[in-house]
Design a protein around this ligand. Structure first.
Ligand code: P6P
Length: 341
């Protein structure tokens, strides 16, 4: 009888195989998984637990916070700040980094997270998720006084990245730099069980994901790419394309990891000074690493997202990610486009 591989078993095994998950990191990821399990229970309860609707406050991004945004943020902190692996945490919902309270031991890891991505979908029962990214304190920096600057590292330096999608199943998707693995929550057992390993994104696709209502605001390379997709078999691509837009990055990226596709939230002229809508450090970078680890590509139109050195904790970025050949095509259109922006 073959026994299911739990997340804990997987982490011990990958440490033996690759040395990428020393015990403190295993312990921290189990705490992250525990936080996701607790958030899933709140999401499942929804109206029954009175957790739907607006919280009556705004986050650092000036966006209306939902009750579940705050609950998820507090849940993540409560599950992860006591373990002794962290110097600090950073969240979309908090303007400045959260220092580990003095009553807990500190470690030399930095945990970044979007506690609940896709909040506009919470009240209409559409899949949402938690995104997380793990960095190490810069060499020589003390864990006692972590600052925002300590977080400002390119995505290539991540030690772990993943998300948990709260959909028909609660599914944790994780990379430690040796491929992408999928764990499905077995609620009765209370454990995440390995259900897919070494996900690979097909190099080609006939499915794109973008918010079409912004079409008149896009830069020329994006308009060219989407117009060619819409022209279908009569156009230069010679094939028809399908479109999906869930407006939860976690759900759109999960679909792409499972069956291919291209996801784009590009710069547009509505706010020309803003590079894009999505945040670099706790949305784009973890998703970009997952996508690259699955054989896909992720750029901001000009360079790999993982090479971008952040200047601010909450900075935004243009995102083009998914099937490698399509991302290469769109990035190539940007390179050919002479118009400055
Ligand atoms: P729009 C959710 O608010 C989010 O940050 C991503 O999860 C999602 O891809 C995007 O914004 C949706 O944005 O403008 O289509 O509502």
């Amino acid at each position: 009888m073959t026994h299911a591989v739990t997340l804990a078993h997987y982490l011990a095994r990958i440490e033996r195989q690759h040395g990428c998950a020393p015990l403190p990191l295993q312990q921290l990821l189990m705490q992250v998984a525990g936080a996701c399990q607790a958030i899933a229970a709140q999401v499942d309860a929804g109206a029954l637990a009175g957790v739907l609707g607006a919280a009556g406050s705004e986050n650092v991004q000036g966006e209306e916070q939902k009750k579940l945004d705050l609950i998820a943020n507090e849940t993540f902190i409560a599950h992860c700040h006591w373990g002794g692996q962290l110097a600090a945490m950073a969240s979309e919902e908090m303007e400045t980094p959260y220092p580990i309270p003095a009553q807990y031991p500190r470690g030399d890891h930095l945990l970044l997270f979007d506690p609940l991505d896709g909040s506009s979908n919470i009240d209409v029962n559409v899949s949402i998720g938690t995104i997380f990214s793990l960095l190490k304190m810069p060499d020589g920096r003390s864990s006692v006084s972590a600052t925002e600057e300590d977080f400002l590292q390119p995505g290539r330096r991540q030690l772990a990245a993943g998300y948990c999608i709260y959909g028909p199943q609660t599914t944790l998707v994780l990379t430690l730099g040796h491929g992408v693995s999928v764990f499905t929550l077995d609620r009765p057992q209370g454990a995440f069980i390995l259900t897919r390993d070494q996900l690979r994104i097909p190099r080609q696709t006939a499915e794109f994901a973008i918010n079409m209502s912004n079409a008149r605001h896009w830069a020329a390379p994006v308009r060219r790419y989407i117009d060619e997709c819409l022209a279908g078999s009569q156009g230069p691509r010679g094939k028809d394309f399908n479109m999906r837009w869930i407006a939860s990055m976690v759900a759109d990226v999960h679909r792409i990891l499972c069956r291919g596709g291209i996801f784009m939230y590009p710069w547009d002229q509505r706010e020309p000074e803003r590079p894009g809508k999505l945040r670099l450090m706790y949305e784009a970078s973890p998703m970009a690493w997952l996508v690259e680890q699955a054989g896909g590509a992720a750029t901001n139109g000009n360079q790999p997202i993982l090479d971008i050195v952040p200047a601010q904790l909450h900075e935004r970025v243009s995102v083009i990610l998914g099937s490698r050949d399509e991302v290469t095509r769109v990035t190539g259109y940007h390179a050919q486009d002479a118009s400055p922006r």
